[in-house]
Design a protein around this ligand. Structure first.
Ligand code: CO8
Length: 259
């Protein structure tokens, strides 16, 4: 996992996998190569039972300022279809391990959409979110019109998408787009601390709980309740359910096996 050129992959703390977008000269614009590497990193962490939570971040100036415009500017519809870039985004979306985006600076276009692919967002007070595609003659393509609308509601989503204006971290918090806003100096530590909290829980329960919450976005209430119930029952086949409940009864800390 050490031959990446657009990202850096590391383990900041036990059980936490971190991915740093690392193209600072272009504000971490998401090139095709970046997306290839992101998929590899996410899939490797997802396949590693030691990794219980993933944190995705950029640098203090930019999480990511969108897809790499220089790679798209001359593309035709046929080129875009042939590149099939969204297949990679779909693979990131399928990550089963909980994922936290730690956002400082710009999270624009594909950058905002990538943050919204994550399960939670910790923002620095300098973060700015936006879907400025309208300013370059297109529109969001990696889920922005759908995930942003579900997160912040129709009125604000329309304004962000139709004007291309950015919103501040505080506005994003008030609108429900992010989990918390913290000083820029500590945003990464705060994200790692949240990741540690998630990583300390029973991993199979965490995976199925994530899957069930996400189901709420793609099904009816009836279908979602059914899905949730099946996952709940499924967890009674795990050793961790026995351990978790025994530990509660015996007034001790549970020891999770991920089995
Ligand atoms: N792509 C390529 N290069 C970029 C991008 C980008 N998205 N954003 C910034 N850069 C480059 C700049 O060209 C500049 O390079 P250079 O130093 O060689 O001139 C460098 O990064 C620094 O940028 P600025 O000098 O512009 O920095 P400022 O602080 O003045 O401005 C902004 C920061 C406001 C963020 C500005 O850079 C900007 O507007 N960037 C573009 C934002 C944007 O439009 N994003 C949406 C892109 S389209 C998209 O994301 C569609 C996603 C669809 C899914 C993807 C699958 C195809």
């Amino acid at each position: 996992m050490n031959d990446f050129t657009c990202i850096e992959v590391y383990q900041p703390r036990p059980r936490i996998g971190a991915i740093k977008l690392d193209r600072p000269e272009v504000l971490n614009a998401l090139s095709l190569q970046t997306m290839v590497e992101l998929v590899r990193a996410f899939e490797a962490f997802d396949a590693d039972p030691e990794i219980r939570c993933i944190v995705l971040h950029g640098n203090s100036k930019a999480f990511a300022a969108g897809a790499d415009i220089t790679e798209m500017s001359d593309a035709t519809t046929v080129n875009m279809i042939e590149r099939d870039q969204f297949a990679r985004w779909d693979r990131i979306r399928q990550t089963k391990t909980p994922v936290i985006a730690a956002v400082s600076g710009f999270a624009l276009g594909g950058g905002c959409e990538l943050a919204m692919h994550c399960d939670m967002i910790v923002a620095s007070d300098t973060a700015q979110f936006g879907q400025p595609e309208i300013n370059i003659g297109v529109m969001p393509g990696a889920g922005g019109t759908q995930r942003l609308t579900r997160a912040v509601g129709k009125a604000l989503a329309m304004e962000i998408v139709l004007t291309g204006r950015m919103i501040s971290a505080r506005q994003a918090l008030a609108a429900g787009l992010v989990n918390r806003v913290v000083p820029a100096e500590v945003y990464l530590d705060e994200a790692f601390a949240l990741a540690e909290d998630v990583a300390s829980k029973a991993p199979l329960a965490a995976r199925l709980a994530k899957e069930s919450v996400l189901k709420a976005f793609s099904t009816t209430l009836e279908g979602g309740l059914e899905f949730e119930r099946k996952n709940f029952y499924l967890l009674f086949a795990t050793e961790d359910q026995k351990e978790g409940m025994a530990a509660f009864v015996e007034k001790r800390k549970p020891e999770w096996k991920g089995k």
